[in-house]
Write a protein that binds this ligand. Structure first.
Ligand SMILES: Cc1cc2nc3c(=O)[nH]c(=O)nc-3n(C[C@H](O)[C@H](O)[C@H](O)COP(=O)(O)OP(=O)(O)OC[C@H]3O[C@@H](n4cnc5c(N)ncnc54)[C@H](O)[C@@H]3O)c2cc1C
Length: 336
């Protein structure tokens, strides 16, 4: 790396690239890096995100899709490769499979759940999505597991539970992330599923903050602590943490949304969109355009806006509304 230190004159931010923080010392307010640099601070933000979970049969040819470098590696492999396996049927798996198919590649998707996005979408929608992918030419192996991987020259043979083998030119895995909490743990900050922060995004040390994928925060609309692995949360929470570190005292009560695009389908979702909750689907056109409400104890916990746009704030208001709501009350409630 040519330059490891850069100063942006206008913003007053000093950037040190190619450094890994190995330890933080809250008492001395110091940050120790792998190359021996030590930085001192008044306030400190931990925004270390997460790292991909790895498969038990790890192999350096598996691309765990997370970084720009991963994208470049996959892109390079598509120059010569024809057939690709995508392990995982969640956000990353469904987006990568669609992107590869749209680029003319043969794709086989493998995951243990019953359908694509099964943890978020109600069963019928997840089944529809699996059929939709099949119509687009993707081989969807739902309810199946890869148990091992063998090299076949530059190709890889996936070993399936049913002793079948699938030979491909590239393997991408998106099976979830685990938050990078180790710095916080070794500094004895409170960590549960992520670094625990208060409503001002402070950890249990008053000068150390956390934000983004790594932070577990309390959301008043949902009445519970959550950790969110999505862009809107990372952007909004990062900004809120920065403001509070600079002296403001503004609580972070934002209920983040997330979005995804799958071929020509697209959605935005807010709150707790967990397919295990009671759901009510209000379709304008079945599986093409409509709103799905997730309910628990007569309250709306989450809203999925399926090809329905500019309704995120209205969905947030509905989730904050104490109700009570019966599924029938929600018919044609959105778009507002
Ligand atoms: C392929 C992909 C597609 C996505 N698509 C969507 C989408 O469609 N919609 C959506 O809402 N969200 C999406 N996301 C999620 C979104 O990108 C993340 O929620 C967001 O990037 C989290 O930001 P963050 O800053 O908390 O963490 P990250 O972006 O993970 O950044 C963490 C940073 O901390 C650094 N770091 C970690 N440990 C250390 C250390 N010890 N020392 C120094 N640096 C360290 C890392 O190297 C990294 O630079 C996607 C993510 C991926 C990977």
């Amino acid at each position: 790396m040519g330059h490891t230190r850069r100063q942006t004159e206008t913003q007053g931010v000093e950037i040190h690239l190619g450094r890994l923080v190995k330890e933080i010392d809250p008492r001395q307010r110091r940050v120790m890096c792998d190359k021996g640099d030590i930085f001192t601070h008044e306030k400190l933000l931990l925004a270390t995100g997460g790292r991909p979970q790895r498969l038990p049969f790890d192999d350096d040819q598996i691309i765990y899709f997370r970084t720009l470098a991963d994208y470049r590696r996959l892109r390079a492999r598509t120059e010569t490769g024809r057939r690709f396996a995508v392990i995982g049927g969640g956000f990353i798996g469904s987006e990568i499979a669609a992107a590869l198919a749209m680029n003319g590649k043969e794709v086989v998707m493998i995951f243990p759940e019953a359908g694509i996005g099964d943890r978020v979408f109600p069963r019928e929608l997840s089944q529809f999505l699996s059929s939709f992918y099949r119509q687009k030419g993707v081989e969807v192996l739902a309810g199946e597991k890869v148990t091992g991987l063998k090299a076949r020259g530059s190709q890889r043979a996936l070993q399936m539970g049913n002793s079948r083998e699938i030979v491909v030119d590239g393997v991408v895995a998106g099976i979830g992330i685990q938050p990078n909490v180790e710095l916080a743990q070794s500094a004895r900050l409170k960590v549960e599923d992520g670094i625990v922060v208060d409503e001002f995004l402070r950890t249990d040390h008053p000068d150390i903050y956390a934000a983004g994928d790594v932070a577990a925060f309390y959301n008043p609309s949902l009445g519970k602590r959550i950790r969110v692995e999505h862009e809107d949360n990372a952007n909004t929470m990062g900004q809120a943490a920065g403001l509070n570190m600079a002296g403001r005292s503004e609580p972070y009560h934002h209920l983040p949304f997330f979005y995804s695009d799958l071929f020509e389908l697209g959605y935005e979702a807010v709150g707790e969109t967990d397919s295990r909750l009671e759901t009510f689907a209000d379709w304008k056109r079945p599986n093409e355009e409509g709103v799905i409400y997730y309910l628990q104890k007569e309250r709306v916990r989450g809203v999925l806006l399926w090809n329905v746009w500019k309704q995120v704030d209205a969905a947030r208001r509905l989730i904050a509304d104490p109700g009570p709501f019966q599924p029938g009350d929600l018919k044609e409630r959105l778009p507002a």
